[in-house]
Design a protein around this ligand. Structure first.
Ligand code: UD1
Length: 421
């Protein structure tokens, strides 16, 4: 298993080009199953999760052609609607094939998902909503066996009990081919859901309420071929902005946006970081090391709140801030697995239930640590970038699921990272 060795203490200076969003690319690839024609995606990140979903689609009969940061998915010859455990366990997003398969082919057998070990992460909301659309669903031996009525799924008034990104995406996709109109109330409204809806509209879907928590979808008979460019990765952007906040220095971010980081920006500004949008759309992030890094309290919330996917990274920053801050994790019950690892590097963090009290320390010290999930892994790397001495992060396969060319991107800005195979 690969490890990453990091020599801490080098400020970041240079340019980082942000990749397409993993959390948008995966649902878009699943959405290809709604059409028998070709879906071309570009600005696609080159990641393990993308490979896993490609493998899953190919198993079903998709013909996939990969280019550099692009993919063409031809679903004219789907021969199976099975998503087997071996592939689904690697990546939770595989459950997103359930809605499209059921809507287009009338049946689906999908293994219950795996993915990051950050909580129980049930799929009851996906299943209940599909049942409301007429599907009969049985769960046995770790699989979801789903069947649509003979005449196809029907429109329904779905009211989600809480905001779920995955359930909103699954039902949004299923509804595009259902008979009649579906409304999804209390829908999640992450930018990646907006991206999915825009692509579906280009494919011929009828969707209203994009960007709000009430989506209205009128089913159509077929969806057609389109070309679509994946939105920039806001979590990758935020992760590297936090890296600059921690190491000091100045980095220009290319191919990204600020509007979808409205919860992170005020936090970074309060912490003392300068962020400006340049005339050409690039974003300049500066941290003057002579100024203190202020501690700021954080509560994770569904979009537009502070993303749970940036909680571990901001906590890494708070470990070296001036003063104490509280981090409340409201989305997942088990998302503090980075805490004992950060503590090995000298961080002072006390967990009580879903809150963590982080008291800033003068410096972190390099140590050997273990990555436990995707965002936890990257938080340890951020800590390693500022720690005194050498940090070894074990099990970085988690990282390869979600960060394209991390060593190259940070390395080009002066970070000292080496992968050890
Ligand atoms: C979540 C995050 C998303 C992040 C992703 C990966 C939110 C709202 N969602 O998306 O931003 O990119 O993790 O880290 O921030 N739930 C149920 N039943 C269901 C589905 C979900 O109880 O059927 C619960 C989950 O346990 C969780 C909450 O709803 O507490 C949000 O889950 P959901 O948004 O579906 O998770 P992901 O789609 O994985």
């Amino acid at each position: 298993m690969d490890k990453l060795k990091i020599e801490g203490g080098y400020p970041l200076k240079g340019e980082i080009t942000i990749s397409g969003a993993k959390n948008s690319a995966l649902p878009l690839m699943a959405a290809s199953l709604l059409s028998s024609e070709i879906l071309n995606l570009d600005n696609l990140p080159d990641l393990m999760d993308i490979n896993s979903l490609s493998e899953l689609l190919e198993n079903m009969g998709s013909k996939i052609t990969k280019g550099q940061n692009s993919i063409s998915v031809d679903n004219s010859d789907i021969s199976s609607t099975l998503a087997p455990y071996d592939i689904v366990r690697k990546m939770r997003a595989s459950v997103l094939v359930l809605g499209p398969l059921l809507a287009k082919y009338g049946s689906a057998t999908v293994s219950l998902p795996g993915g990051c070990a950050i909580g129980t992460r049930p799929v009851d909301m996906h299943i209940n909503a599909l049942e409301e659309m007429g599907a009969s669903i049985e769960i046995k031996e770790g699989y979801i066996y789903a069947k649509a009525p003979k005449e196809g799924l029907r429109g329904a008034e779905i009211v989600f009990p809480q905001k779920s990104v995955g359930a909103t995406e699954n039902i949004l996709m299923a509804a595009t081919l259902a008979n009649g109109t579906t409304t999804i109330a209390n829908a999640a409204k992450e930018p990646e859901i907006e991206d999915l809806a825009k692509c579906l509209i280009q494919m011929g879907a009828k969707i209203e309420g994009i960007g709000t928590d009430l989506l209205t979808i009128t089913g159509v008979k077929n969806l057609k071929s389109t070309n679509y460019s994946v939105i920039a990765d806001r979590i990758e952007t935020g992760t590297y902005m936090i890296a600059v906040a921690m190491t000091g220095g100045e980095v220009i971010f290319k191919n990204t946006r600020l509007d979808f980081l409205s919860a992170l920006l005020p936090i970074l500004k309060m912490a003392g970081i300068d962020i400006v949008e340049l005339k050409n759309g690039d974003i300049k992030v500066t941290r003057n090391k002579n100024k203190p890094l202020n501690a700021v309290d954080i509560t994770t919330k569904p979009y537009p709140g502070f993303p749970t996917d940036l909680q571990a990274q901001i906590m890494a920053m708070l470990t070296i801030a001036d003063g104490a801050a509280v981090v409340d994790e409201t989305i997942f019950e088990n998302r503090f697995m980075h805490v004992p690892e950060l503590a090995r590097m000298g961080a002072d963090i006390t967990i009580k239930g879903s809150s963590a009290l982080v008291r800033g320390v003068k410096e972190l010290k390099g140590a050997e640590v273990m990555a436990t999930d995707l965002r936890a892994s990257v938080s340890l790397i951020l800590a390693g970038l500022v720690a005194n001495g050498t940090t070894i992060v074990n099990r970085i396969y988690h990282l390869d699921r979600g960060y394209e060319k991390l060593e190259e991107k940070l390395g080009a800005c002066g970070a000292k990272l080496t992968r050890i195979s």
